[in-house]
Design a protein around this ligand. Structure first.
Ligand SMILES: C[S@@+](CC[C@H](N)C(=O)[O-])C[C@H]1O[C@@H](n2cnc3c(N)ncnc32)[C@H](O)[C@@H]1O
Length: 215
């Protein structure tokens, strides 16, 4: 099992090359996340493991008045996200450190939470999803995009991915991710596999936190 900080150390070093790498997978994965995210102006959206801020840039262009908060534990990635978002005039807030180190009161609650390409770096995905879901407002949505572990080429490539990408813990199958989201008390209202090429694809799962009865 990868050390929990291995991905953070890897991405800290890898940050300057990130936006030029894995684009055959990353670009379509952002589009997939954007299909499931439908925020209104004025709403609050949290991006967990935001990387270099590519998803925020796209969200900012689409919904200018969105209140965007990004959490990114790898300093190199977070610094790039800040620079890019600032120069694009996108008023997103980028917070350092993992989700667990944030003060929940200061962080607040969100209409939308997205974790794009983060799940396959976690040691305990169900526990992480349960924690993230605590930060959803009633009626809020959690959107997860992650490598499709149901694809045979990805399953066969896992040993290579583990040795090449620091902290890679393994790809998941659609039913597993749906179970994690349901286990966090959310109702799954979108669950899809999307193939980007014969060898690569991603999963999209969206869960909704119920509104309290009578609200
Ligand atoms: C493949 S990158 C994805 C970045 C961005 N979301 C994207 O799709 O381009 C994975 C990111 O997850 C972050 N990460 C690793 N472990 C994490 C954790 N426990 N909580 C949140 N983010 C984490 C890494 O620092 C890295 O920036």
């Amino acid at each position: 099992m990868a050390h929990p900080d291995a991905a953070v150390r890897f991405y800290d070093r890898f940050a300057p090359r990130y936006d030029r790498s894995f684009q055959f997978y990353l670009r379509p994965s952002y589009n997939l996340a954007l299909e499931a995210l439908d925020p209104n102006p004025g709403e609050r959206l949290l991006d967990i493991g935001a990387g270099t801020g590519e998803l925020e840039l796209r969200l900012c262009r689409r919904v200018p008045d969105l209140h965007l908060v990004a959490i990114e534990p790898a300093r190199g990635m977070a610094d790039l996200a800040r620079t890019k978002l600032q120069s694009a005039g996108c008023p997103a807030q980028v917070l350092d450190g993992p989700f667990e180190s944030q003060d929940p009161t200061t962080l607040g609650t969100f209409d939308w939470i997205v974790a794009c390409n983060v799940l396959h770096f976690l040691g305990d995905p169900p526990a992480a999803i349960a924690r993230w879901s605590q930060a959803l407002k009633p009626g809020g949505h959690l959107v997860i995009v992650t490598l499709d572990g149901g694809l045979l080429p990805i399953r066969l490539a896992q040993p290579v991915l583990r040795s090449a990408i620091g902290g890679f813990t393994g790809a998941h199958r659609l039913a597993e991710v749906e179970d994690y989201v349901r286990g966090a008390g959310l109702a799954v209202n979108l669950a899809e596999r999307r193939r980007f090429s014969p060898a690569v694809g991603a999963l999209l799962v969206r869960g909704k936190r119920d509104m309290p009865v009578g609200a």
